[in-house]
Design a protein around this ligand. Structure first.
Ligand code: F6P
Length: 335
């Protein structure tokens, strides 16, 4: 017989993403509406190790749905990767009487959650864990969408639109680096949306002549006198790409690294709404004793997946979108 869920912990871990606060709010309010107590764990897994927590209630998550960042702070914890760290985290769970943890973050966060739950089981302590995917990289295998991606795309687009104004005025080439870690989703979506001259992503082997030089030449032949090259951070060194453009075509590009600005700002409607539904579903899954799980989106639907299976899933990179990008950039029409 499953014991009734009385108290859950919630934390954000890994790189922050716009919409994490909306997910946190949804977890706390959904739990409270079911009479489940909620404890916020601060600074990711480090907070569980060091007993850094805060009682949460309806008012503690008021007016945060529109805020970027995370109210609970976040961190990447090396200590939690070790058994000793997990045991210390487990001691906090016992002390606070936590029946479950909702972990908001990337797949590294979920791996940590699963390890903790397994360690707890070995020690005869029942601890359910639920993951909510949140990262601007959109690189979690089990979920088509991750909270924060849409806002980060919009931020990058806004910045690049501004860059375009000055590049156009000076008839220059811009090489812009966007985040994404080892994935090219952000670069691809942003590249399509700004009408980039060329987009470089790690999922496609770079052929400099075909992917950069020829695209700039074709744009020039079509009458364009400014060029926007969007580079995913995992696809290559922007300074080196700029140098190579200069060497091969003789133009003198300006490099912009958008960096952490892409992680901030008010979450978009899509991120707020997705985060709210995911937070609600995570609490429902815990209350219904679904077991360790990840709330994910697949084919436009929200689903609850068994955590170990979810972690084994890989995402097929969206080459159809890349083909669309190719069709729109590989011709003589410029933008
Ligand atoms: O995972 C989110 C992300 O912003 C990546 O796009 C980027 O590679 C990384 O985090 C940067 O990490 P940090 O904030 O530790 O510099």
């Amino acid at each position: 017989m499953e014991k009734q869920v009385k108290r859950i912990g919630v934390l954000t871990s890994g790189g922050d993403a716009p919409g994490m606060n909306a997910a946190l709010r949804a977890v706390v309010r959904s739990a409270m509406s079911r009479g489940i107590d909620c404890v916020g764990i601060r600074r990711g897994w480090n907070g569980l190790i060091s007993s850094d927590f805060v009682r949460m209630d309806t008012t503690s998550v008021s007016h945060i749905i529109d805020k970027g960042g995370t109210l609970l702070y976040t961190a990447r914890s090396d200590e939690f990767r070790e058994i000793a760290g997990q045991d210390r985290a487990l001691a906090t769970c016992r002390l606070l009487g936590l029946d479950a943890i909702v972990a908001i973050g990337g797949d590294g966060t979920f791996r940590g959650a699963l390890a903790l739950s397994r360690r707890a089981a070995e020690r005869g302590y029942q601890l359910q864990v639920a993951g909510i995917p949140a990262t601007i990289d959109n690189d979690i295998g089990c979920s088509h969408y991750t909270i924060g991606f849409d806002t980060a795309c919009n931020t990058a687009i806004e910045c690049i639109d501004k860059l375009r104004d000055t590049m156009q005025s000076h008839e220059r080439c811009s090489v812009v680096e966007v985040m994404g870690r080892h994935a090219g989703y952000l670069a691809l979506y942003v590249g399509i949306s700004v009408g980039a001259t060329a987009v470089l992503i790690p999922e496609r082997e770079l052929n400099f002549e075909r992917d950069v030089v020829e695209k700039i030449r074709r744009a020039r032949l079509a009458g364009t006198t400014h060029y926007m090259v969007v580079v995913a951070e995992g696809a290559g060194n922007t300074m080196e790409i700029s140098r190579q453009i200069h060497e091969e075509i003789g133009i003198d590009p300006r490099v912009t690294v958008l960096g952490h600005i892409q992680r901030g700002g008010a979450p978009s409607a899509r991120d707020r709404e997705t985060a709210s539904r995911m937070g609600y579903m995570a609490v429902e899954a815990i209350a219904n004793h679904t077991g360790n799980c990840v709330v994910a989106t697949q084919e436009g639907r929200m689903v609850v997946l068994e955590m170990e299976e979810a972690l084994a899933m890989t995402k097929q990179f969206d080459m159809d979108r890349y083909d669309i990008l190719e069709a729109l950039t590989n011709n003589y029409c410029g933008r």
